[in-house]
Write a protein of this length. Structure first.
Lengths: 264, 301
């Protein structure tokens, strides 16, 4: 199912596929469907072999070595290259400089500023817009209507705070107890509690399983959007830092909670 | 193979075996046991080789030999000739007194352990409680807190013994942990815990000392600071909470904790950028903020 936010990008890719472009870079925020769109590009080219590669030096090297021995066409999707090290980018660069005719490379990234210019100059860059509310609703209902309606009934705010397709996937997979945990977050996160306790509550459900922290922060932000803009800004910063994966999640959450407690 | 504790039980109760192979790097306890054996027998001989001692034992004497301690150090010939029969041969050998054969390297430890399992004592890294036990008996008048502090920094018995011996000569036993740490260059893998205490106590000199001599990656100290601040926050909220920095929490106001956390987080974030960043400078900047009466905000600086 193609969303409204993806239509324009798909049209661009259609044009690029007609020119048989071998190196594409898709930029977009977390969970907006970059890998899905990369898969659509492979379909436009008529290539059934679509492989996803992690942005690690070893994985990129192995993928390029394997592809050099293949005769059929293949699409390699290097996911979120900006989350890898610079060494990963330079390993890919080497591959892009000596392209095989049967290999098509689609690189995805969240932050294009972290991609070296030498890679950008060798790729056709397309931008994927974040999904709009109707995209997320339609996606959720199409994926699992029963779960969507259950969540809507129990905690509608949880659906409203989802900002991308990954969030919707997480929400639809939640049990009733987990949804209720979100609904009770406001009452459970007292400002009098130590930060360390709140950090724990924001990362684990009552049964000890992991809570999607990005969604939890978005939920708190949404609840404070009007009454407390400081929380909104702190939440945005925290979400950015989480997506960059360069600082420990505990430290990010502690900072967010400290700002909520003392910053306003 | 025998453990240090097994051999210790025999030697320290003056009931030693006839033959030992002391193998491994832990030098201090080897020498302690040798001293105890010397004290047990009164007389000792430093022999050139194990073979010479065995020949002496096999030779008939008009006047029977007195039990003595025989010490053989680094006998390569003995080690090279070890085989499957060696353990049985040494068991049947009649030694008047005790023969101790000393080695240090891993190679000898493995070989002796394989061919002389009933006699080889492994002198490897010993745990802290074991060292504490021996130091308490060596220095009965030394405060236990000194022994615990020294053993938290020094990993081998001899180094700990040297420091405790110096402290034992002090007329008044009122040294602080910081005094001992600075005087005896106590820096080790446990340094994070001491950095936490120095930081919580707003002790700039102590923090600076640790940063300059830190044995691991300095970036880890950013997280030590963040964790310390979260713990200080907890201590301001939960009065009955127990912690080694409980007293120090009185030095911190809520705004101090908040602003210091923000400064540290910013420095940590700077260290994660691709542009050049000097971690030591970043940490020194953070500990320099401890000198302010109130930690200034990011905007003020």
């Amino acid at each position: 199912m193609v969303s409204v936010s993806q239509k324009h990008t798909l049209e661009e890719l259609k044009t690029l596929s007609e020119s048989n472009r071998h190196s594409i870079l898709i930029e977009g925020v977390k969970g907006c469907g970059k890998t899905f769109i990369a898969g659509q590009y492979a379909k436009m080219l008529g290539i059934p072999d679509f492989q996803i590669v992690e942005p690690r030096v070893q994985d990129i090297r192995e993928a390029s070595d394997e592809c050099s021995m293949l005769r059929h066409r293949v699409v390699l999707c290097i996911e979120n290259l900006d989350l890898g090290t610079l060494a990963s980018s330079y390993t890919l660069l080497k591959f892009l400089e000596e392209p095989s005719s049967n290999v098509y490379v689609v690189v995805t990234c969240r932050n294009i500023d972290l991609i070296p210019d030498t890679i950008l100059s060798r790729c056709d860059v397309v931008t994927l817009s974040p999904p709009i509310d109707s995209d997320l609703q339609n996606y959720g209902k199409m994926k699992n209507l029963d779960s969507y309606l259950r969540v809507e009934k129990q905690c509608k705010d949880l659906l409203l705070c989802a900002s991308n397709f990954s969030d919707i996937d997480s929400v639809l997979a939640m049990t009733s107890e987990q949804i209720q945990y979100f609904a009770d977050l406001e009452d459970n996160l007292s400002m009098e509690e130590p930060i360390s306790n709140k950090c724990w509550k924001l990362q684990k459900y009552k049964d000890g399983s992991e809570l999607p922290i990005g969604l939890a922060i978005q939920y708190i932000m949404m609840k404070n959007r009007v009454s407390n803009p400081v929380v909104w800004f702190a939440g945005n910063e925290a979400l950015q830092d989480i997506s960059m994966k360069r600082i420990s999640v505990n430290a990010i959450i502690a900072k967010f909670l400290l700002i909520c407690k003392y910053g306003s | 193979m025998l453990t240090i504790q097994d051999a210790g039980r025999q030697i320290l109760t003056h009931n030693p075996g006839k033959f030992y192979v002391f193998a491994g790097e832990e030098y201090g306890i080897k020498e302690k046991y040798i001293s105890e054996l010397k004290a047990t027998y009164g007389e000792f001989i430093e022999a050139d080789s194990v073979a010479s001692v065995i020949d002496l034992m096999r030779t008939k004497h008009l006047i029977p030999l007195k039990p003595k301690l025989y010490i053989v150090r680094y006998d390569e010939e003995f080690s090279s000739k070890l085989n499957q029969e060696s353990n049985a041969e040494m068991s049947s050998c009649k030694i008047i007194g005790t023969l101790v054969c000393i080695y240090e390297s891993e190679k000898h430890l493995k070989k002796c352990g394989k061919y002389l399992p009933d006699f080889t004592v492994v002198f490897d890294k010993v745990d802290r409680s074991f060292i504490c036990k021996y130091l308490r008996s060596d220095f009965p008048n030394l405060p236990d807190s000194y022994i615990k502090f020294v053993t938290s920094f020094k990993e081998d018995y001899r180094s700990c013994w040297n420091v405790c011996n110096s402290l034992n000569h002090l007329k008044s036993k009122t040294c602080t942990d910081e005094d001992i740490s600075v005087t005896f260059n106590c820096v080790s893998a446990v340094t994070d815990a001491h950095f936490k205490i120095f930081f919580a106590n707003k002790n700039f000199a102590g923090c600076k000392y640790i940063i300059e001599d830190y044995p691991s990656e300095l970036e880890g100290l950013f997280y030590v600071i963040l964790n310390t601040l979260v713990e200080l926050d907890k201590l301001t909220e939960v009065k009955y909470s127990d912690s080694e920095i409980k007293e120090a929490s009185k030095l911190w106001s809520k705004s101090d904790i908040f602003y210091m956390f923000m400064h540290t987080y910013q420095e940590l974030k700077n260290s994660r950028q691709y542009s050049p960043y000097n971690v030591e400078d970043g940490l020194m900047y953070l500990v320099s903020l401890l000198g302010f009466d109130s930690i200034p905000s990011l905007e003020v600086l």
